[in-house]
Design a protein around this ligand. Structure first.
Ligand code: TYM
Length: 330
């Protein structure tokens, strides 16, 4: 089993990123060969301030480690440090079809229904680069949240298409999408996925929010009508989302939370959820503060991670070029 996944360095990371993805990375690193990437090239698909992007890339590296990824177990690296990603992306792009890229819901959402002639090409080509990320390492498993399902399908299609045209080369990677926590919803609107790019900070909880902000955001989170705390995604989507977050962060089954808070109204439930989040994020924040104090360590981890990643990336890229008919340079 070989695991690859990535996170965009787009400002903050939310508890959605943690509960839906990074938490699983941490678990997997003890049983599988793992590569976890900070996908800085993907971050360029929307306009970014250069200094912010550099800072955010280090922040995600530090958050990876603060959440429990260990550079001696997992390869942690920045996508742009391994230029083979961009090169394989071109090669895979020659297999991708306009129609299938146009159907990607993320492209439709992020281009905000803009006329296609003004939507960015990077945004359009985004899933091809993502496929290249995964295939470059011949990864067999890709832990992601539910929103990446469609991109993984495209990756599988491209792998199969390549294999059919040029001979068996890539394993067809499987998405690992958890049953619970793969789609954490916004605190201000339980019909929308929690997203770090939302302008309203009350929408998400950042992994680095101070305790007061966490308590306050949970207190102000929307709830449903009625006063009973129970899991019912149809009838009580807001409370169900909060229950799911509570269960995951406190590692306590939903039925036991329902039994404790069921008929007590929302106030105590929300207060104690706030405390559970503060307690759950405290060790991550403490470790993060240590890591931030020493940027040279972070840079070293990324440099060494990129070297180790390239050892795997180069042979795959050479194999692909050869199979596609490019003349070897050596
Ligand atoms: P990104 O940076 O948007 O999100 C990182 C991971 O967090 C998951 N996630 C969520 N899970 C549950 N609830 C939420 N509200 C929530 N929001 C985000 C995402 O599903 C993701 O797993 N395209 C990817 C990055 C990427 C990648 C890859 C991933 C690039 N190349 C190769 C896997 C393999 C992205 O934008 O993730």
């Amino acid at each position: 089993m070989k695991v690859f996944s990535g996170v965009q360095p787009s400002g903050i990371l939310t508890i959605g990123n943690y509960l839906g993805a990074i938490r699983h990375f941490v678990r997997l690193q003890d049983s599988a060969e793992c590569l976890f990437c900070i996908v800085d090239l993907h971050a360029l698909t929307v306009p970014r301030d250069p200094e912010d992007l550099r800072r955010d890339t280090r922040t995600v590296a530090n958050l990876y480690m603060a959440c429990g990824l260990r550079p001696e177990r997992s390869i942690l690296f920045a996508q742009s440090h391994v230029h083979e990603h961009a090169e394989l992306s071109w090669l895979m792009g020659c297999l991708a079809r306009l129609g299938e890229l146009r159907r990607m819901t993320q492209f439709k959402d992020k281009s905000h229904g803009a006329q296609e002639d003004v939507a960015g090409f990077g945004l359009f080509a985004y899933p091809v680069l993502m496929a290249a990320d995964i295939l470059l390492y011949k990864a067999s498993h890709v832990p992601v949240g539910d929103d990446q399902r469609q991109h993984l399908e495209l990756t599988r299609d491209l792998a199969q298409r390549f294999n059919a045209r040029f001979g068996e080369t890539f394993p067809v990677p499987e998405a690992m999408i958890a049953g619970v926590g793969a789609r954490i919803m916004g605190l201000d609107d339980p019909t929308r996925k929690m997203s770090k790019s939302e302008p309203n900070p009350g929408h998400y909880i950042s992994l680095l929010d101070p305790p007061e902000a966490i308590r306050d955001k949970v207190k102000r989170a929307v709830t449903d009508s009625g006063r009973d705390v129970r899991l019912d995604w149809e009838g009580k989507p807001a409370v169900s989302n909060l229950l799911e977050i509570f269960s995951l962060i406190a590692d306590e089954p939903v039925p036991s939370l329902e039994a404790r808070y069921g008929r007590q109204g929302y106030a105590r439930f929300k207060r104690e959820l706030g405390e559970a989040l503060v307690a759950g994020l405290a060790p991550i924040q403490a470790r993060f503060a240590e890591l931030v104090a020493d940027p040279s360590y972070t840079d070293r981890v990324l440099r060494e991670g990129a070297e180790r990643a390239r050892v795997q990336a180069v042979p795959t890229l050479n194999e692909v070029k050869e199979r596609m008919g490019l003349l070897g340079a050596r």
